[in-house]
Design a protein. Structure first.
Length: 421
């Protein structure tokens, strides 16, 4: 472990609950917060978000300790088999969390990824200790075995209100029926036992769209709040010269890079791609695009600040792509598919442009609009920067997190009082 009573409205306030402004927590007692997270074998955006949130909470004066589990230790076939069997109630992981709760006595425990070494069962154990819990829903694994609501290159919602065991037939988790069975069993156990309806005081969804999917899956609406991931301000040069459009991400089919490559042949603006993945060799032989491969974060930021627009042509729902927050912070508008969370995050004609997913003609038309209307494009970039300043700065997002924590604490106290009466 790294050393590091108001009655709130319980009504369903709808998907567009307001973002707290900086300073709303001023004068209130500082909180003791335990952050738990199961790191991934390949470090990704979620791990970075957790680290950044912890830093922001500490800078705001809260007392924060962390308990991180690491999937890098799951190496052998026996390790994988044991972890899969234990996934619904990972007793060893839960016991470690309970020990940390008893040692630190936090006001609230904030859980991020709990798969597979902690498990959703941790919420019941923390509740038994009388401590409030908050769960950030970074993906859709409360209802979908692969966590992304996608199958065979298209969005799939079969398990939202159906049996999670459909994932076994389609081998949704890493192409493995055995692995899919383990995850589906975990989903089924906690759906049936009421973990999500009884044991979690507040959920955090990253976008309004994600909230709608979680409510469709049965999560209690009055407990699901919206809080995007925050981002430290990189600064914004309003007059910096800009040229071309930029794609940043994994070079995989669901990200729409094949659609982008086809659109690039028919547009009047340079198209640059940063990233790596299975389509990399194919893209190197594709005319109309410049492929740079993976780049250091500083180089990505510099190129994004000089781009006329960022392109996100995804063919799946996406979660909360940090590249969009990064683009907005740099005053770069976004051309994105009109699908899932992307339809929420970009306002068509104001902070970017919408295109039809998988449609190279629609995408080429939008890219040509960026090329042909530099003044309007600059205006969209400035509007994007204003959205970042209002909703995605570290201060704003941390204030929102603290509000959610205090709601969770009050909710847990009220429940305990009712149980004791």
């Amino acid at each position: 472990m790294t050393k590091a009573a108001v009655d709130f409205d319980q009504s369903d306030e709808g998907p567009f609950d307001p973002i707290a402004e900086p300073g709303t927590d001023t004068g209130l007692p500082k909180l003791r917060i335990l952050v738990i997270h199961n790191r991934y074998q390949v470090r990704g955006g979620e791990d970075s978000v957790v680290a950044q949130e912890v830093d922001s909470l500490r800078r705001s004066g809260q007392r924060v300790e962390t308990l991180f589990f690491d999937n890098a230790g799951i190496r052998t076939g026996w390790d994988r088999l044991r972890t899969a069997y234990e996934a619904p109630y990972a007793q060893r992981g839960i016991a470690t969390v309970v020990d940390a709760v008893r040692a630190f006595r936090p006001d609230v425990v904030h859980a991020h990824n709990v798969f597979p070494q902690i498990s959703p069962g941790v919420h019941q154990a923390i509740r038994a200790e009388g401590v409030a819990t908050v769960q950030t829903l970074h993906n859709f694994r409360v209802t979908c075995a692969n966590g992304i609501l996608m199958r065979e290159g298209r969005p799939c919602e079969d398990c939202i209100d159906g049996s999670p065991y459909q994932a076994v037939r389609h081998a949704c988790y890493r192409g493995s029926r055995l692995g899919s069975l383990a995850v589906a069993r975990m989903i089924d156990v906690h759906r049936r036992s009421g973990t999500w309806t009884h044991d979690v005081d507040r959920f955090i969804a990253l976008t309004p769209f994600a909230r709608t999917r979680f409510l469709a899956a049965g999560l209690p609406g009055h407990r699901v709040r919206i809080k995007p991931n925050g981002l430290a301000d990189p600064g914004f040069d309003r007059e910096a010269p800009r040229n071309g459009v930029l794609f940043v991400g994994r070079l995989v089919p669901e990200k729409g890079v094949a659609t982008l490559a086809e659109a690039a042949r028919a547009c009047r603006i340079p198209v640059t791609l940063i990233g790596e993945g299975p389509l990399e060799s194919w893209l190197r032989d594709t005319p109309g695009v410049t492929l740079l491969g993976p780049q250091p974060p500083a180089a990505v930021q510099a190129m994004m600040a000089r781009a006329e627009a960022l392109v996100v042509p995804s063919q799946w729902y996406e979660g909360m792509p940090m590249v969009i927050a990064e683009a907005f912070s740099l005053g770069t508008p976004v051309v994105a598919s009109r699908i899932g969370a992307l339809a929420d995050l970009i306002v068509d004609g104001r902070t970017g442009l919408h295109v039809e997913p998988g449609d190279p003609v629609s995408l080429a038309r939008a890219l040509n609009q960026i090329a042909d209307a530099p003044v309007a494009t600059r205006d969209m970039g400035r509007a994007a920067r204003r959205v970042y300043e209002k909703e995605w700065t570290a201060d704003v997002v941390t204030a929102r997190a603290l509000l959610i924590y205090r709601e969770a604490i009050a909710s847990r106290a009220n429940t305990a009082a009712r149980d004791a009466a």
